[in-house]
Structures are given as C-alpha cells and as structure tokens.
Design a protein around this ligand. Structure first.
Ligand code: PRP
Length: 210
C-alpha cells in the first residue's frame, strides 16, 4: 500500500482553489468533490488523505502531526509562529495585513493608541518596531465595528478588496505585511515523507510559473 500523506486544507473558497492546484499536481481525490458534509476524504491508490479544517486551525494540525502538510495563511504563521516548515508560497489567497481607521485619522502620540484586532502579536510587533505604545483590544471578528463605536482608535486586520473598510467609512492607514497562502509541513513528516512531499512541492511550484 502506498505511504499515506495527510493533508489539511482550509475549509472554504481558498481551500477549494488550493485543492484544484493539488489535483493538477497529481494528488487528486475525486470523492472530495461530492458535495456533502464529510470532512475527510481518501484516495487509497495514490496514498493521499485530505481533511477540511477551519483555516485558522490548519497550522495546529500540522504542528502536532495530525496532518503531514497543510495550507495556511501567512497571517496565521506570523501570529502563532507554529513550529512547522514553510515550503512554498502558493501565490493565492492574496491580501494584506493593514492598520485602518476612520477617514482622516491622525495619531495623537500623547495618548496610548487603542488597537482592536484578531492579530494581537502582529499588531504588537508592528507597533513595537515603531516604538509606539499601544493598548491591544483583542476581538474575534467584526473588527471594523471597534473604531465606529469608539472601542478603539484603529484596527489591525486583513484587507482584501477593501470593501469592508469602505462600507464602514474606514480607510487603510498603513500596510504592515502582504499575505498569501503557504504550504507548510510537519517537521518530522518532512523527514520521513520527503520524497512524496518534494514531488508535490515541485509540481505546485511549476504551476505557479505557468
Ligand atoms: C476578513 C477581514 C475583513 C474582510 C476584508 O474577514 O477581517 O473583515 O475579510 O475583506 P475585504 O477587504 O475584501 O472587504 P473574513 O471574511 O475573512 O472573516 P472574519 O470576519 O471572521 O474575520
């Protein structure tokens, strides 16, 4: 029987796109396209097993070895710094991490800046590098509400099209870092399954050049 490669994919639109890339790379698993609520799919012949994971959990599965490889956003890798190998930038799921605030916002350095975010570490690292004192308000979603309700002065969040900011009368103040989806591997899996993983990495990398 072929050696099994366990792959954690982020559930949702990005994951479907990524699966198509894996399929083209020769790691297909047709049953995954049956639209049901199953979370785990296997192609025994090829030795691949896929599971759909909440995007922000992919790195945990890979770090702990429940998955050999997976696809996670650079935002998650920067925020949680999981002990994994980052093998490839998939050049998809592109967006940026940015500071945003009410239109025309001016930072008053006499006061501690109140920053609402889901990405506390990224925000803290960014403002530490600027030597700016901040007060982090950690939220789990709808971050854009915080400055509107004066819960915070600014937010640090993901901006993709900019529509969410615009519809809430906010604008980008500065970009912190560009974000995209990365292929990650468990460190010991990469030792023991390196041949198969390298074959996948090469095939995915060559798709990027097409
Ligand atoms: C992200 C982010 C913004 C939005 C930005 O949320 O937090 O709210 O996308 O996208 P836009 O620039 O294209 O409008 P996401 O939908 O990923 O989920 P969340 O609300 O759970 O953070």
């Amino acid at each position: 029987m072929a050696q099994m490669l366990n792959i954690a994919l982020p559930k949702g639109r990005l994951g479907e796109k990524v699966y198509s890339m894996f399929e083209k790379a020769g790691f297909e698993c047709p049953s995954i396209k049956e639209n049901n609520r199953k979370l785990i799919f296997e192609n025994e012949e090829l030795g691949v097993r896929y599971f759909w994971v909440k995007p922000s959990d992919v790195a945990i599965y890979v770090e702990r070895g429940a998955a050999d490889i997976g696809v996670a956003g650079k935002d998650i890798l920067l925020e949680y710094e999981p002990e994994v190998y980052e093998l490839l930038d998939l050049d998809t799921g592109k967006c940026r991490m940015a500071v945003a605030g009410p239109k025309g916002f001016k930072d008053d350095i006499r006061h501690t800046l109140r920053v609402a975010t889901k990405f506390s570490k990224i925000a803290q690292d960014y403002y530490s590098s600027l030597g700016r004192d901040i007060d982090i308000i950690h939220l789990n979603g709808s971050i854009e509400l915080a400055p509107i309700l004066d819960l915070s002065d600014v937010i640090v969040d993901i901006v993709e099209t900019g529509t969410t900011l615009k519809e809430n009368n906010l604008e980008v103040i500065s970009t912190i870092v560009p974000i995209s989806a990365r292929l990650i591997a468990n460190k010991s899996s990469y030792k023991f399954k390196s041949e198969k993983i390298d074959r996948l990495v090469k095939a995915l990398a060559s798709q990027k050049e097409d």
